[in-house]
Design a protein around this ligand. Structure first.
Ligand code: DX5
Ligand code: ZN
Length: 220
C-alpha cells in the first residue's frame, strides 16, 4: 500500500496552547481540525476565525473535518482560508457533488464523511468527485470514544471500488484509532488515519505517530 498518512486530531490538544501543541506533532502528515457547530453534533469547538489562525501558524497542512449543518453554505470559507483538505458530512450536504467541485475549484482537496449508520453505496459512482472519503469509526462529536469494528465492511467495500475503478481517492478513518485498532482499519483498506487521544494523550506524541505509522504500514 501507499505510505499511511497519520493526521493527529487537535480536538485532544490544549486549545489555548495550540502553537506548542502543533510543535509536538512535527512528523504528522496533516493536522486534523474538528469543526463542530452544536447542531450537526452535540458539541461545539471553533469556527473559521480560529481555523484561520491555525492555518497561519501551522507548519503542517490542515485537514478540516466539518461536523456542521449546511456545509453547502460554510465549507468553501475553510478552503478559502487555505486548508489543504476540507471534508463535509454527506448527511448534512444538500448537493455533495457540486460542493466538492467548489472546494476543488478553490484549491482544496474535497472530502466527504459518513457517520457509522450511513451507507456508502451511493458514493461508488461518485468516486472521481472526491479526494477523500472519511468513514467515521465512532459517532461524530467527541474524542476518546471506542472504535466501532462494525464500520469495517463499508471501508472494505469502498477500498474494493477504489481498486476496481482505479480511483485516486484517499480512505480516511476517524474515531478510536490507536495502537490496538489501527491495524484492523489498515487491513480493511484505510490509508489515512486520524488519531486524537492516541497521539496527544501520549507522553511522546512523535513516538506515538511513528508507532501508528509502522503498524498501519504492516497491519498483518
Ligand atoms: C470525533 C472527531 C475525531 C476525534 C477523534 O467526532 O471527529 O476527529 O478527535 O478522537 P479520538 O482519536 O480520541 O477518538
Ligand atoms: Zn474528526
Amino acid at each position: 500500500m501507499t505510505d499511511p498518512r497519520i493526521n493527529p486530531s487537535i480536538l485532544a490538544a490544549d486549545f489555548v496552547n495550540m502553537q506548542s501543541e502543533l510543535a509536538r506533532i512535527a512528523s504528522a502528515d496533516f493536522v486534523h481540525v474538528d469543526v463542530m457547530d452544536n447542531h450537526f453534533v452535540p458539541n461545539l469547538t471553533f469556527g473559521p476565525q480560529m481555523v484561520g489562525r491555525i492555518q497561519e501558524t501551522s507548519p503542517i497542512p490542515l485537514d478540516v473535518h466539518l461536523m456542521i449543518d449546511d456545509p453547502d453554505r460554510w465549507a468553501p470559507e475553510y478552503a478559502e482560508l487555505g486548508a489543504a483538505s476540507v471534508t463535509f458530512h454527506l448527511e448534512a450536504a444538500a448537493d455533495a457533488v457540486s460542493l466538492a467541485r467548489r472546494l476543488r475549484a478553490i484549491g482544496a482537496r474535497a472530502g466527504v464523511a459518513v457517520k457509522p449508520g450511513t451507507s456508502v453505496e451511493g458514493l461508488f459512482d461518485l468516486l472521481p468527485e472526491f479526494d477523500q472519503i472519511l468513514v467515521m469509526t465512532v459517532e461524530p462529536g467527541f474524542g476518546g470514544q471506542s472504535f466501532m469494528p462494525e464500520t469495517m465492511p463499508k471501508l472494505r467495500a469502498l477500498a474494493e471500488q477504489v481498486r476496481r475503478r482505479g480511483a485516486q481517492v484517499w480512505l480516511q478513518v476517524d474515531g478510536g484509532i490507536g495502537a490496538s485498532t489501527i491495524a484492523q482499519a489498515a487491513e480493511a483498506g484505510a490509508d489515512t488515519f486520524v488519531a486524537g487521544s492516541a497521539v496527544f494523550g501520549a507522553d511522546d506524541p512523535e513516538r506515538a505517530i511513528a508507532g501508528l505509522r509502522a503498524t498501519a504500514s504492516h497491519p498483518h
